[in-house]
Write a protein that binds this ligand. Structure first.
Ligand code: MSP
Length: 513
């Protein structure tokens, strides 16, 4: 059976991880966990992008050798993963020999078959973007846009990859595969981009200008352009593993879709005769007051501060609940607190507390056997019968924010059901009918909680495990079976209490001025 192979972008090893980097890992992890729940054999890759001008410059600035610099930063990215409960199977660094060897092999193949050629290049170069510029990149007034930093005119001999030759193929491929990029409107952007003729891609940098890269196998006087090196990571990490390539999803930010992933990478693979990834998922950006969160603008949030303060489940929940995958979203500490308090502490936390409390008080800490469902129970079960399948479908289409909203609506409905049945009143009556209704209401709320937890597990794995733990419940091996209403908890002994989402301790939640 072929693995479901999913990757994140590999992060530049030139600064600390911020919220945007963390989001991409969490999103990919939620997809990976969801696919595992659905029965797929998942392979999940992430890593760091360590060559090129930016990394070399950052290392120089700090007066350390590039390799030592990358070791430190890469370790920092790697250390973040378990703190976010990321279940990657592998972590690739582009400075590893297993990667460099595959890049060299690919370059040699493309050179031998004539898809890489040498030519004289004269033109403008942006060191910040590590990119040759064209006239169309200029502002209307002739100046260069700020994102390029200092632009210099250079003449040099370089190696080029024949992008243009493959342009008609790529146009046809995208027409034939309208679902290649998610969301669809991003694929349209790729197609728009391809309406202009492509230039061949300069894939070399002379050693005098850039030392820190993979030397070209056919000319040691040059190193490989960082994108041509970095993109190969997805393949180099699994080149020797049978049944993994191609990737099912490359999860990336919208800024690196066109041209790197949708144009360079697809053409590189096609030229090399390798299968293409099945899909690219381009997510949006986390913004702060409308501006992209990034190291260079200095508005980046350290994700681990939020994890320290609220725990990684709440952090993951917020990212997935707030962001409509593909769109941008503004991050505000206020909104984080609102969701934390109202959806997690009050809504879900409250249902957990009530279930434990009342089962202890009225049923000797053992979940009772339910009596015949009546109207209130039937209504809640009917809501579940819609919610479960709907959420599975939403997750299949990456609509996690809506799936979480529906799940929480089911938790809200369960809390309302508890109010309606008022077990605390039933518990005071000795009438057999009230006693049966009491047992039914305790069994119903516990079962509803178990079901909501099954839906929340991919997003909040630790919280899900803790709730199942206090319900004395071990989920079975087939996740979809777990979504069936079945009074599975009857007879289980429950714990006394569980504090899941404690009131946050102040300072770090304060918004930056
Ligand atoms: N090294 C390249 C990717 C090479 S993939 C073969 C790179 N690195 S990055 O560190 O700048 O960004 C890594 C990922 O984080 C990208 O997918 C990028 O879109 C994402 N994010 C960086 N800032 C972001 C936000 N503010 N919000 C969401 N994600 C963003 O690009």
């Amino acid at each position: 059976m072929k693995s479901f192979y999913i990757t994140t972008a590999i992060d530049y090893a030139n600064g600390s991880p911020h919220l945007g980097h963390a989001y991409e890992k969490v999103l990919t992890d939620v997809i990976a966990r969801f696919r595992r729940q659905m029965g797929d054999q998942v392979r999940f890759l992430t890593g760091t992008d360590e060559h090129g001008q930016k990394v070399q410059a950052s290392a120089r600035q700090r007066g350390v050798a590039p390799q030592a610099f990358c070791d430190t930063i890469s370790a920092e990215f790697r250390a973040m993963l378990p703190r976010l409960q990321i279940t990657n199977d592998d972590f690739i660094r582009t400075t590893e020999e297993r990667h460099k060897k595959v890049v060299r092999r690919l370059l040699q193949q493309l050179f031998d078959q004539g898809d890489i050629y040498r030519a004289e290049y004269r033109g403008f170069y942006s060191a910040r973007q590590e990119q040759f510029l064209q006239e169309k990149d200029r502002n209307p007034d002739g100046s260069w846009p700020e994102i390029f930093g200092e632009v210099t005119e250079i003449t040099e001999s370089n190696y080029f990859f024949r992008l243009k030759k493959y342009q008609p193929w790529l146009v046809g491929f995208l027409e034939a595969n309208p679902d290649f990029v998610f969301p669809r409107f991003r694929q349209t952007q790729v197609q728009e981009f391809l309406k202009e003729e492509l230039n061949d891609l300069c894939i070399s940098r002379p050693r005098e200008r850039l030392e820190w890269g993979i030397p070209l196998p056919f000319d040691e006087g040059y190193v490989t352009y960082v994108w041509f090196d970095a993109l190969v990571n997805y393949y180099s990490a699994v080149a020797d593993l049978p049944g993994v390539w191609p990737a099912d999803y490359h999860v990336i930010g919208k800024d690196i879709l066109v041209p790197p992933h949708a144009v360079y990478w697809t053409i590189m693979l096609q030229a090399a005769g390798l299968p293409l990834p099945r899909h690219i998922l381009a997510h949006g950006w986390w913004l702060q007051r409308g501006a992209k969160m990034s190291k260079s603008t200095g508005n980046a949030l350290n994700p681990l501060d939020l994890v320290d303060q609220f725990g990684s489940d709440a952090f993951r929940y917020f990212l997935m609940r707030e962001m409509n995958v593909g769109q941008d979203s503004d991050f505000t500490p206020e909104q984080f607190l609102v969701r934390y308090n109202s959806e997690l502490a009050n809504n879900l936390g409250n249902l957990v507390n009530r279930t434990l409390n009342m089962t202890n008080r009225f049923a000797g800490a053992a979940v009772p056997v339910s009596g015949e469902p009546r109207d209130a129970e039937r209504e809640l079960q009917a809501l579940w019968a819609r919610t479960g399948p709907e959420c599975v479908g939403l997750c299949e289409g990456f609509q996690f924010h809506t799936a979480l909203e529906r799940t929480m609506a089911f938790v809200t409905a369960t809390n309302a059901y508890v109010e309606r049945r008022a077990p605390w009143k039933l518990g005071k009556s000795t009438a057999p009918e009230d006693q049966e209704l009491l047992r039914t209401s305790l069994a119903t709320m516990a079962e509803a909680l178990r079901l909501a937890v099954a839906l929340l597990e991919a997003v909040m794995p630790a919280a899900a495990a803790r709730i199942n733990g206090v319900l004395g419940y071990t989920p079975g091996p087939v996740w979809r079976d777990e979504l069936v209403w079945g009074n599975r908890l009857a007879g289980n002994r429950v714990a006394e209490a569980l504090v899941l989402f404690p009131r946050p301790t102040p300072p770090a939640a304060a918004p930056a001025a």
